[in-house]
Ligand binder design. Structure first.
Ligand SMILES: Cc1cc2nc3c(=O)[nH]c(=O)nc-3n(C[C@H](O)[C@H](O)[C@H](O)COP(=O)(O)OP(=O)(O)OC[C@H]3O[C@@H](n4cnc5c(N)ncnc54)[C@H](O)[C@@H]3O)c2cc1C
Length: 582
């Protein structure tokens, strides 16, 4: 089981520093963690990859057969308590399985969707009877599940749902009417978690079974990628749902829908990290074999720099994923038996900011790595015979579902501002302290940790300036909010990378230190760019220069040595391993 540490509260990384010993890293994996990862790895390599083409051709019977095999191996029950037929493992294990399965895109989406957003609503909000009835079957794969929130007129604005539920005159059934759009796993699901408004007002959740009268499916959507996962609309026409299939309380569907999505975002980050590792491995293998101008593509230093940048970004993604996994575990480890849904919701929401970052950073890492890996394949990358072609198409959806990356970005500063307005975070004091530290040149050792402190101070100063300018209306100035979100994301990723390298004992030349430095260098540039753009728009002309100079001076004072040499060393390490391994 996960070792517990003195963890930060949700979003606390935005205003206070963590010690290296406070964060969980992949180096802390237990034998139990390694065992579940190995089981998942063997299953994916032996079973799923052997059927890549069949899955891509939308043979959903094959997908179902594989899901049931995954159930037999315990890979569907990691997040279901033992007493309901699961393994009751921790969030680190959930992350590991998600990462391994994620690299298979289409199949991975089907499995992750089932184990996460389609099952967790019952695990955490079901009655004992509902859990007894459904969880053992969802754990074994006898039942497969779907999560139905999106509607034609309710996408990002999910609570604008128009699906209605009305109690029948006998008081035995809710009658549901409406259409749910783009529902993953629809064609083979036995259970559908459906959100609808009781009497058109009270947003609530229901467990709907596939055979309930009035439920039908639309045709299979023709998609750009993730073809191995079914996507259909779910149509509810006077669908009769017995009253004991209400999930949670009347009018509290948002507590289920939104909190489960937090876990979904963490899960998606894991899948994207696994996918990015796989795409990098394909690039390493291809460029190591392919020769042009009498030498391998790997031997060109431009290739080596690309490899180093991809490695550093994946290292950051992996570091922040497992740091978050451990935080989630801390917050949620006692929730399996918790019956008070307010407590369940509060604990699941605690790390909403970190989960949003997992999703945004993971999906953008995957897109960048897949794009660069395809480029390194040259023309072959465009040909279906090479798996990177499919990965390129499959990766794009990750920036869209589970809340678009824009919606997730808005959530990050939004969460901090809410806490500040409620008085839970002394934002003004923190901003003043950050200003003082930025203006002072004392104690400036120019270490990686100091660079993180500078980035955090820049975030706080920018937040303070934005808040001074717009006050409580800040969230309506989305261009500014997006820039704050970008700084926050890079800060969490860079801090997770640096602390992991420090925790590992950090020796010169150690690959984790090299990777942390390469990522940090890029992060400082990104923070500077976002901060400069933000300052341009929030400060009057006569005040801009001074603050801008302060920030540029601070962020450009760091020098982590010759990046060219460092990146060649990272590439050398990567080509020695011929895969992502740190
Ligand atoms: C393959 C696939 C599988 C899916 N699986 C499921 C599933 O299993 N269950 C389910 O319920 N849903 C599912 N979805 C739906 C998915 O979650 C939504 O598509 C997604 O949330 C975005 O909603 P939308 O498509 O309506 O886009 P819109 O909300 O119309 O957004 C369009 C654009 O506007 C931007 N935007 C929207 N609101 C704002 C705002 N306030 N500020 C700034 N920009 C904004 C968005 O970021 C986006 O760029 C799936 C979708 C796909 C394509």
């Amino acid at each position: 089981m996960t070792q517990t540490r003195s963890s930060q509260s949700g979003a606390e990384f935005l205003y206070s520093h963590s010690g290296a010993e406070d964060i969980f890293t992949p180096e802390d994996f237990t034998d139990e963690h390694k065992m579940i990862a190995k089981t998942a790895q063997q299953f994916i390599t032996k079973e799923v990859e052997a059927h890549r083409e069949t899955i891509e051709n939308q043979d959903f019977d094959q997908v179902v057969t594989l899901l049931k095999k995954a159930g037999d191996l315990g890979l569907l029950g990691h997040s279901i308590p033992e007493k309901y037929g699961g393994l009751g493992l921790d969030k680190i294990s959930k992350g590991l399985v998600g990462e391994v399965v994620g690299r298979t895109s289409g199949y991975g989406v089907a499995q992750s969707n089932h184990t996460c957003i389609a099952t967790l609503p019952i695990t955490h909000f079901g009655t004992h009877e509902q859990k007894e009835k459904y969880l053992p079957k969802l754990a074994s794969g006898e039942y497969l599940g779907a999560y139905c929130l999106t509607e034609p007129n309710a996408g990002s604005d999910a609570l604008a749902s128009q699906t209605t539920a009305v109690l029948n005159s006998e008081g035995t059934h809710y009658i549901l009417n409406g259409t749910k759009l783009y529902i993953t796993n629809a064609v083979f699901s036995d259970t559908f978690i459906v959100y609808a408004k009781i009497d058109g007002k009270h947003f609530s959740a229901f467990i709907v079974e596939k055979d309930f009268p009035g439920l039908s499916l639309g045709p299979e959507e023709k998609k750009m990628g993730i073809k191995g996962s079914s996507t259909r609309s779910v149509i509810l026409e006077d669908c009769q749902v017995p009253i004991d299939h209400l999930l949670g309380e009347v009018g509290k569907g948002h507590v289920i829908a939104l909190n489960v999505l937090n876990l979904g975002r963490f899960n998606l980050g894991s899948a994207c990290t696994g996918g990015a590792k796989h795409a990098l491995n394909l690039a390493l293998q291809h460029t190591n074999e392919r020769k042009q101008f009498g030498q391998t593509i790997a031997s060109f230093t431009a290739t080596q720099e690309k490899v180093a940048v991809m490695m550093a970004r994946i290292y950051a993604s992996e570091s922040l994923q497992y740091r978050t996994a451990s935080l989630l575990e801390e917050a949620m480890k006692d929730l399996y038996d918790e019956e008070d849904h307010r407590i369940v919701g509060k604990q699941m929401m605690e790390y909403a900011v970190e989960c949003a970052i997992c999703k945004v950073f993971g999906s953008e890492t995957l897109d960048q790595v897949v794009d660069e890996s395809l480029q390194l394949h040259g023309g072959a990358g465009f040909i279906q015979e090479y798996p990177i072609e499919q990965m390129y198409r499959d990766s794009r959806i990750n920036r869209i579902f589970e809340g678009t990356n824009e919606v997730n970005r808005l959530l990050i500063p939004g969460n901090l501002l809410k806490k500040a307005i409620k008085g839970d975070v002394p934002l003004e004091e923190l901003v003043e302290k950050a200003k003082r530290e930025l203006s002072s040149k004392e104690n400036h050792s120019l270490s990686e940790n100091d660079a993180i402190r500078s980035m955090r101070n820049v975030f706080l100063v920018c937040t303070g300036l934005a808040f001074e300018k717009h006050g409580k209306e800040l969230m309506n100035h989305q261009e500014t909010v997006m820039k704050l979100a970008n700084i926050a994301i890079v800060l969490y990723a860079a801090e997770s990378s640096v602390l992991r390298a420090i925790k590992g004992g950090r020796q010169e030349g150690d690959v984790k230190t090299l990777l942390a430095r390469t990522f940090l260098e890029e992060s400082l540039l990104q923070v500077e760019a976002a901060a400069r753009k933000l300052i341009m728009s929030v400060l009057p002309a006569h005040e801009k220069r001074e603050v801008m100079d302060l920030i540029i001076r601070e962020l450009s004072s760091y020098d982590f040595g010759n990046s060219l040499e460092r990146n060649r060393q990272i590439a050398k390490h990567s080509y020695n391993k011929l895969k992502y391994e740190v």
